[in-house]
Structure formats: C-alpha cells, structure tokens
Design a protein around this ligand. Structure first.
Ligand code: SAM
Length: 247
C-alpha cells in the first residue's frame, strides 16, 4: 500500500477532529503504557502521548514512508516501530490501545478485537475510530470504476456499530461507548473530493492497479464530477464509527 504523507495531510485540519473526539473518550490515568496502531505520520501520536502524560507510548505502522516522518516526533518516551496490526503482539500489556483511522484496513474485527483485548492490562482501555463511508457516492463511484478496470472494490471490514457494542460486552469491558458520527467537510468545490479520497481510499486502488492507476484516476474524476455535479462549495459528509471500552 503506497501511503503518501503529503497527500494524506492535505486536509490535515479537517481530518483531525475525529482524533480529537476519540482522544476525548480516553480516561487519563497515571503511568500509562500506550500503543497507537496505524500511527501514520506520528504527529497525532505525539499529541495523544502529551495529553495523557503517558509514561511510554509506541506508535506502530507498516508504512516506511509514514514512519520516516513519524520518527521526527519521537523521543525516549515515545517511539515508532514498523509492524503489522494483523500480527501485532506484545509481551508487555498496555493501559491503552488506541487506533485512529486505521483498523478499517484490517480484516476480521471479531478476532482482531479479541486479540487486542488480550494485550490490555487490568483496567485497560481500548479506543478505536474508523471511517465507514462506503455508501457515499465518492466511494461507490470508485468501486464502480475499479470494477471496469478489473479491480475488486476495497473490502469493507467495518462491522455494524451495534456489533462493536456486543463484542465489547462479550470481551468483558465493564464500561463502553459506541457511536456513529457524521463529519461534514465544506470543500471549495465538488471536484476537491478527489483530492480528499486520494489521501486514503484511493491508495487501495493505486496498489491494485499499479501502472493503470493514472487512467483509473482520470476516469474516476470524470465519473465523480458527473455524479456530484459542479457544486461550489461542496458539503462532503463522512460517516465514522467511534468506540471506547474500559475494564
Ligand atoms: C489514514 S492513516 C491514519 C494515521 C493516523 N492514525 C492519523 O490519525 O493521522 C492509516 C494508517 O494506518 C496504517 N496501516 C494500514 N493498515 C495497517 C496495518 N495492517 N498495519 C499497520 N499499519 C497499517 C497506514 O500505513 C497509515 O499510516
């Protein structure tokens, strides 16, 4: 998967609010040992680490380009390591497992949440935010155009929100908060949606299509503009699932 920090950060301010909302669910406790799964450029991991006054935080990502940026935010208490969330294990338990906008790339959430829960210390917290916007025209058109290029749509691993509530309960979390939130982004024009999705969703199609990605992108741009029409400004809605649990 080719993650570009520059493309992802084009809407940095807009993309930050879900992180702020997720971090607000976390209870600050003394001497926390924290992991941020899919930490990306590390800037928000740094913010999380500082706002919690954590004893130790580790950011995990499988993209070397993201980690190159992230390492600039590290110090002796905050470090960044290359790792895959699908295979992530640790011999030391965490007081907080945090993940903002990354677990939707990882399959089998029932099994994943069970494994992550087993890595929590007594009284530990789990805090997850994931986009769930596949029903939006921006995502449907991308899947349709990809099909014409012979590529499969990006798999949607996000479960119905109520399922997360059930899973948290089944995994023994004493307290929980699960919600769906629609974030509205006022973009200068409908054509700017392409730049937004290039930073995230389209990285899947770029990896799938290789050299044909530029042709895909040109067709996607045209089809999306046809579907959305010329709107200035354009109110782009983005649905996300946020959940938190604590023992
Ligand atoms: C949309 S970015 C979010 C980055 C950061 N959490 C933030 O909020 O700015 C998703 C990140 O998850 C990482 N990622 C996706 N799948 C992963 C996996 N299986 N293991 C580790 N990292 C992964 C990507 O490399 C990318 O940096």
């Amino acid at each position: 998967m080719s993650w570009s920090p520059e493309q992802y950060e084009r809407f940095k301010g807009e993309r930050k609010q879900p992180f702020v909302d997720l971090a607000a669910l976390v209870e600050r406790r003394p001497h926390m040992h924290v992991v941020d799964l899919g930490c990306g450029t590390g800037e928000l991991t740094r913010e999380l680490h500082e706002s919690l006054g954590a004893d130790e935080t580790v950011g995990i990502d499988n993209s070397e380009t993201m980690l190159l940026k992230a390492r600039a935010f590290g110090d002796e208490l905050l470090r960044f390591e290359r790792g895959d969330i699908e295979a992530f294990v640790s011999d030391r338990p965490f007081d907080l497992i945090f993940s903002n906008a990354a677990l939707h790339w990882v399959p089998d959430h029932e099994q994943l949440l069970a494994r992550l829960t087993s890595l929590l210390a007594p009284g530990g917290q789990l805090a997850i935010q994931m986009p769930d916007n596949d029903e939006h025209t921006s995502h449907r058109v991308a899947a349709d155009v990809a099909a014409r290029f012979g590529a499969a749509p990006r798999p949607n691993y996000v479960l119905p929100p109520a399922r997360y509530a059930e899973l948290l309960h089944r995994l023994g979390f004493q307290r929980q908060h699960v919600r769906v939130q629609i974030y509205g982004h006022l973009l200068p024009a409908s054509s700017d949606v392409v730049e937004w999705v290039r930073g995230a969703l389209l990285t899947h199609y770029e990896a799938e299509l290789g050299a044909r990605f530029d042709d895909f992108l040109a067709t996607y741009r045209e089809e999306l503009q046809r579907a959305l029409g010329e709107q200035r400004p354009y109110f782009y809605t983005y649905k996300r699932v946020l959940f938190w649990g604590s023992f």
